[in-house]
Design a binder for this molecule. Structure first.
Ligand SMILES: NC(=O)c1ccc[n+]([C@@H]2O[C@H](COP(=O)([O-])OP(=O)(O)OC[C@H]3O[C@@H](n4cnc5c(N)ncnc54)[C@H](OP(=O)(O)O)[C@@H]3O)[C@@H](O)[C@H]2O)c1
Length: 274
């Protein structure tokens, strides 16, 4: 077992060495590179799969490398996928990963990782838990800011120069508070995504002159663990699969330009006033 892990690490090191030499594992020195946070499941995994299939070099980050069978299988199938440890709340870990990839152009940085601590206690009126609130804001807002800061020079050095944050329609300030949107989970999650949108708009303004484009994209309702946790563990009627949503988002990302940088857009490409 120990040896299996060691061999996996060595293979990972070779893949990274290849990437650092400018050789995409798909064999092309010109392969574009994407870094994805939270790529072990849900939408993040769907992005990793989609870009791996396209032949991109994929830096698939996860909190617990070696614990994700699907991601391990993807990396075994596509040599252009490198699995890296990254917890977006761990500042030292972010800095260490950025140091490892110093000088490597990253065409697309997808800030996908997030939590929605909704379902349980702590995010309900009368039971507010400050620690839970801080964890949610740290993961969903500060996390992307720290990751973007750490990898900004990699993005600037790339051809495409794109940063994307996955937001939520629940961030929309004008959304009516009907019975559905008034659910307990909204007290922490919704403000975190509104704050994320604003943080990304500020970032977009700041990095525009360096040619960096910032996309803020909502994936629609997607049948993932997050959505199920909010709706009692059951699939939500009408929700898309992660693959369907990711396919839409990949197209939206392709169409991102300076002209629509900083706008909030749906997975279907429609702008969302928020
Ligand atoms: N599903 C929807 O309907 C929906 C709707 C609107 C917006 N979104 C947004 O879409 C994105 C993806 O969500 P999802 O539905 O795919 O959720 P999910 O299935 O719960 O996946 C969340 C991912 O984020 C990772 N993550 C959580 N905390 C992290 C941390 N501190 N550092 C690094 N990774 C962390 C998780 O890793 P672990 O396995 O280690 O926990 C997991 O890979 C999120 O930004 C979410 O807010 C989803």
């Amino acid at each position: 077992m120990k040896y299996a892990k060691l061999i996996k690490r060595l293979i990972g090191a070779f893949v990274v060495a290849g990437m650092m030499a400018g050789v995409g594992a798909a064999g092309s020195a010109n392969a574009a590179t994407v870094l994805i946070t939270g790529s072990n499941r849900g939408l993040g995994f769907a992005f990793a799969k989609s870009y791996a299939e396209k032949g991109w070099t994929v830096i698939a980050t996860t909190r617990n490398p070696g614990d994700d069978a699907d991601l391990d299988a993807l990396a075994a199938k596509y040599k252009n996928v490198a699995i890296e440890k990254l917890d977006v709340t761990d500042e030292a870990g972010i800095t260490a990963l950025a140091a490892k990839y110093k000088g490597k152009p990253i065409d697309l940085l997808i800030n996908n990782a997030a939590i929605n601590d909704a379902a349980g206690k702590g995010a309900v009126l009368g039971e507010f838990d400050a620690k839970l609130f801080e964890r949610e804001m740290r993961t969903n807002v500060l996390g992307p800011l720290l990751v973007n800061q750490a990898f900004l020079e990699n993005v600037v050095a790339s051809d495409m120069k794109k940063i994307v944050a996955i937001t939520s329609p629940s961030a929309v300030l004008g959304r009516p508070m009907n019975k559905e949107t008034r659910r307990a989970h909204t007290y922490f999650y919704r403000p975190s995504k509104s704050a994320l949108n604003m943080a990304m708009k500020i970032l977009a303004a700041e990095v525009r002159e360096r040619g960096v484009i910032v996309g803020i994209i909502h994936p629609g309702g997607v049948d993932t663990e997050m959505l199920r946790s909010v709706y009692g563990g059951k699939p939500t009627p009408g929700a898309q699969t992660a693959d369907q949503s990711a396919a839409g988002i990949v197209k939206v990302i392709e169409g991102l330009t300076q002209a629509n940088s900083d706008q909030v857009t749906g997975f279907d490409g429609k702008p969302i006033p928020w």
